[in-house]
Structures are given as C-alpha cells and as structure tokens.
Design a protein around this ligand. Structure first.
Ligand code: FAD
Length: 301
C-alpha cells in the first residue's frame, strides 16, 4: 500500500460515518432485508449464487445474539419463498461466542436445523484468532450431530491452517478458503503477501487431494484465481466440487469473466444496520483507498 494510502487508513476513524457509508455503498446491499433480496435477485439474474450476511458484530448482551439468529431465520424463509439461489454466512461472535458459548451453540444449531428443513446451507465465517479453535469446535459438534448442511472457513494466513485442514478432512468436509482479514501477530499468521499466496495455493491443493466435498475459492487476487483455474483443470475437478466466491462490490470484472467461462460464482452479500465495522474492513483493503476517500469527502478522485 502506498504511503499516502496508509496515511488515509490511519485517519479513517476520523472520517464521518455518512462519508464512510457513501464510500462503502458498493460493498453492502443496504440496511434492510428488502435491500438484500433485491441485490440477490439481481445477482441470480446475472448468473451468480449468493451468500447473505446479516451484519451485527461486537455484541455485549446475549439478547442481541438471539435477535441476530431471528434475523437469519427470516432471511432463510425469504430465500425459500422467493426461490432465490442463496445461502447464509454467520459469525459465531454475533451468535454469542465468547459471551455464552452454550447459548451460541444452541442458536447455531437451531439455524442449521431450520436451514436443513428448507434444504439450505449455513457457512460459519472465521473470525480472529481468539475464536479459531472455538469456531472449529462448534462446527465439529454440528457435523458430528449429523448436520451436513453447514461449512467452515479456513484462512490461508494462519500458520495452523494445514493442520486444521488435515484434521477436518477426516470428518469428510467442505471448506471456504480465503486469505484472512484480521490483524494477527507474526507468530500466528504469515504477514508477507507471497507467503500468504503460497500457503493459499498449497491449502487448495491439500483440500482437493484430501477429498474435500466442496471448496469455495474465495479470493479476488488474480494470480490465485489463475492458479485455481489451472488446478481445477489439472486435477479434473468436477463443477459440483468447487465454486469461486467474491465479495459484493469487489472484482466485478473477474466475477463476470468466471461466470462467462461456466464456473459457479457465489457473491457474499452483507446487509444490516451494523454496516460500519464491515465497511471499514473493506475500505482498508481497497488498493485505491485514498482516491475513494477523497471522492467520498470532496467529490474528487
Ligand atoms: C466470499 C468471501 C468470504 C470471506 N470470508 C472471510 C472469513 O470468513 N474470514 C476472514 O478472515 N476473511 C474472509 N474473507 C476476506 C478475505 O480473507 C480477504 O480479506 C479478502 O477477500 C481480500 O483478499 P483477496 O484474496 O481478495 O486478496 P487481496 O490481495 O486483498 O486483493 C486482491 C485484489 O482484489 C481487489 N480487492 C480486494 N479487496 C478489495 C476492496 N475491498 N475493494 C476493492 N478492491 C479490492 C484488489 O484489486 C486487490 O488487489 C472473505 C472473502 C470472500 C471473497
């Protein structure tokens, strides 16, 4: 990231929320379930699948977790009634992980059970390292209870990921593979861009060779997309064993290209009133951040 962009990142907390909202408009569907349905309908029309994220992190009261679980149930019902091609992605801290672990498991189980009845699927996002073991624990527990309609995420920057993948493959599982977004120490996570890329490539290979049921290849990084496309050819991976996954508002040209080539592409569609934290994470990852902030604040850029 350029020096000026880094300076802009440092001042992001000072940028007024209204401006952040404007800049982040491309990354979130909106604040309401109607916004999410409209965006998913359009994505389905453009040949993409979707996964819906109800934004709601950093809870302090388990009642907020219950409200989030209820909101997700409504999303699942609406996906069914509107016959949309979409599933849901959840964050366990928003379901009470770290606050009330048993309550979190119960809420997650309830949602996965309802999804099963509706023939749908729940992806458990991976959060920062204090929650990695616990998140995998909830996933394992649900899997052992017979819920095959849920999946987990592996972060390529985590040093522990090859061991986690080896362990999870014994369960007969699928994955989403992403680079990882949270700030971690060098003892826990690779920091170097090339090291993260290399581990991404080797994890993808480990997953396919180890018999992963399905892999969500979640990246917008062109060298990784190109590597994955070649791996799919070399290993003769059938369509039902993989999909590409991208975030709403990112790398749209790649998304269209992959759809045109006949790959399944699933777009991550976040919505909700708690849009601020997610938006800041996305803005920080944008390589043209300074331009976006300038444009948002002054109509320039
Ligand atoms: C479907 C999906 C689900 C995810 N789930 C998780 C999760 O559960 N846990 C987790 O830790 N992380 C998750 N992530 C985020 C992920 O870890 C990365 O932070 C993010 O995808 C950026 O990594 P990248 O592979 O695209 O590579 P990068 O090197 O960050 O980006 C590659 C290129 O993509 C473009 N790009 C990337 N981000 C932006 C942006 N915000 N705005 C504009 N252009 C951009 C740029 O051209 C950039 O050069 C998920 C990502 C996806 C796509």
């Amino acid at each position: 990231m350029k020096l000026f962009d880094r300076a802009v990142v440092a001042t992001l907390p000072l940028v007024p929320r209204a401006i952040v909202r404007k800049i982040a408009d491309r990354y979130i569907a909106g604040e309401t379930i109607e916004d999410a349905m409209r965006v998913v309908r359009a994505l389905n029309g453009a040949g993409c699948e979707a996964t819906i994220d109800v934004l709601g992190e950093f809870i302090t009261d388990f009642k907020q977790a219950e409200a989030t679980a209820t909101a997700y149930r409504q999303v699942l019902e609406r996906i069914t009634t509107e016959k949309l091609r979409a599933n849901v992605s959840i964050k366990l801290t928003a379901f009470g992980l770290g606050l009330n672990d048993d309550g979190c498991l119960a809420l997650a189980r309830g949602l996965v059970a309802r999804a099963k009845e509706l023939n749908n699927f729940v992806r458990i996002d991976m959060e920062n390292s204090p929650y990695t073991t616990k998140t995998l624990g909830v996933y394992r527990r649900l899997k052992n209870e017979g819920f095959i309609n849920c999946g987990v995420v592996i972060q390529a920057y985590m040093r522990r990921s090859p061991a986690d993948v080896a362990d999870l493959l014994k369960l007969g599982t699928g994955f989403r593979l992403c680079k990882g977004i949270y700030v971690e120490t060098p003892e826990i996570a690779y920091k170097d861009r090339e090291e993260v890329r290399n581990q991404y490539k080797s994890l993808l290979q480990q997953m396919f060779e180890g018999g992963a049921t399905k892999v969500g290849i979640a990246t917008h990084d062109p060298p990784l997309i190109e590597h994955a496309r070649q791996l799919l050819i070399d290993h003769k991976i059938p369509k039902e064993r993989y999909e590409f996954q991208m975030l709403l508002g990112v790398a749209e040209e790649w998304r269209k290209r992959l759809v045109a080539e006949g790959h399944t592409v699933r777009v991550y569609v976040p919505f909700g009133r708690e849009w601020y934290g997610y938006s800041i994470r996305r803005i920080k990852e944008n390589p043209s951040i300074a331009g976006y902030v300038a444009k948002g604040m002054f109509g320039l850029g």
